[in-house]
Ligand binder design. Sequence first.
Ligand SMILES: *[C@@H]1O[C@H](CO)[C@@H](O)[C@H](O)[C@H]1NC(C)=O
Ligand SMILES: *[C@@H]1O[C@H](CO)[C@@H](O)[C@H](O)[C@H]1NC(C)=O
Ligand SMILES: *[C@@H]1O[C@H](CO)[C@@H](O)[C@H](O)[C@H]1NC(C)=O
Ligand SMILES: *[C@@H]1O[C@H](CO)[C@@H](O)[C@H](O)[C@H]1NC(C)=O
Ligand SMILES: *[C@@H]1O[C@H](CO)[C@@H](O)[C@H](O)[C@H]1NC(C)=O
Ligand SMILES: *[C@@H]1O[C@H](CO)[C@@H](O)[C@H](O)[C@H]1NC(C)=O
Length: 424
Amino acid sequence: SFFNIFTIVLLLLSAVRIVLAESIPIGLSLNSSHPSIFQSWMNLMDGACSSLDIASFYWTMTNNDTGTHESSAYQGEAVLNKLVELSGKLTVRIAVNAPQQRQPIDDLRLLSDSGADIRIVNMKDLTSGVLHTKFWIVDKKHIYIGSANMDWRSLTQVKELGAVVYNCSCLAADLGKIFEAYWFVGENHSIPSPWPSSFSTHYNKDTPLQLPLNNTPSSVYLSSSPPSFCATGRTSDLQSILSVIDDAQSFIYIAVMTYQPTTDFTLPKRYWADIDTQLRRMAFERRVKVYLLISCWANSQPLMFPFLKSLSSVYSPNGRLDIQVRLFVVPSSASQKHIPFARVNHNKYMVTDKVAYIGTSNWSGDYFLSTAGSALVINQTGSPEPSVQAQLKDVFERDWSSQYSTPLTQDTELRDLKDLCSNI
Ligand SMILES: *[C@@H]1O[C@H](CO)[C@@H](O)[C@H](O)[C@H]1NC(C)=O
Ligand SMILES: *[C@@H]1O[C@H](CO)[C@@H](O)[C@H](O)[C@H]1NC(C)=O
Ligand SMILES: *[C@@H]1O[C@H](CO)[C@@H](O)[C@H](O)[C@H]1NC(C)=O
Ligand SMILES: *[C@@H]1O[C@H](CO)[C@@H](O)[C@H](O)[C@H]1NC(C)=O
Ligand SMILES: *[C@@H]1O[C@H](CO)[C@@H](O)[C@H](O)[C@H]1NC(C)=O
Ligand SMILES: *[C@@H]1O[C@H](CO)[C@@H](O)[C@H](O)[C@H]1NC(C)=O
């Protein structure tokens, strides 16, 4: 009868579980109550029985790339070995950005020899961007999305945040459409316009998927960039960020590696203030508190800081303006300093009083105009127990108030930042 079907559907939906996953770099004293990204990937692979689709930027899962013998590369190697094993048994498909000259391709060669199907997406030719997305789809049922690259450092030497959604074939099918778009351009080398209807979606910022996540009523959708990769119905990543910001009532917490109101690597460089303007507007018109936790490391783009300082000048306790910026530094021991491209906070998420946004993009113009990225948006407005939103808020507050974060104020001398960022 109808009621039986209804009960079964409810039971199936109530098995939908979302878990935040974190990589906390070795040596940091931050407590995480979430599973590690390493554990989450291993669990996903242990449970896999038919298929695994991975969208990725580049692959360096062993430390062959650095020619070092880092014991902290073990986790990356374990993931690669497990993937090699699965590649012989299941349908494993990998979409990867076209490797740039000096990028190693050993892992990809090994996976391909083991039976994985690999397509190279040449974003440089297609949009002058890169394929920067990082997500997994397992058995067309479970998904992982987040900041971690397929890089051994992402599991032990870089701070990362992602989410795993288990038992959610609707969402997996929708992320599958984004994957199929990469898969298509990887073979065809051109971007369809318009995209065929098989890439269209019903789930977006206006009509999200409604479901209980960990038994909390939630509405959920996936956004994608660049706009030329969005089929009918897909919310672009920028529109999604702007709408989440616009919807906030009391606070907006943003943790991203890079924040810049400019384009950075597409020439000519342009001023690009879509997000910046929206943040200032919210602080002024609605008195929403805006906190940004930005990463600072030896490779930080120096021009990022004057713009951040400008944003943090929108601060006046009497005038009820509250934009604050802090810089997060991951300290390194003498030996950790020798690991290239490590020891940085690589998170890319936002949490407001209602919504959790977990993405894969840096926040500068290129990432929304030409680079392929994606995000999971979870809206728990009105839920008595906004579980994911509350967990993400806890992560932000932990990092914001930790010993690793330093306020960037009008008194901060920009020339001191070089020491702070490459320091310790
Ligand atoms: C998925 O749901 C089934 C029951 O519907 C449950 O047994 C299983 O543990 C769930 N999987 C995960 C990873 O939560
Ligand atoms: C982490 O948790 C332990 C045990 O609960 C506690 O003793 C320690 O102070 C916590 N560390 C931080 C940095 O919060
Ligand atoms: C890494 O280097 C070792 C030793 O040279 C080699 O056996 C192994 O195949 C390399 N790994 C990959 C993925 O190329
Ligand atoms: C690429 O896709 C377009 C549109 O679907 C199609 O017309 C064209 O034949 C395809 N080219 C290749 C090389 O597959
Ligand atoms: C979240 O859901 C509420 C209630 O359905 C809706 O009014 C609001 O616009 C949604 N927010 C976002 C950012 O999608
Ligand atoms: C993000 O931005 C930084 C600084 O511009 C850059 O070094 C990095 O490659 C970008 N992409 C990733 C992987 O986050």
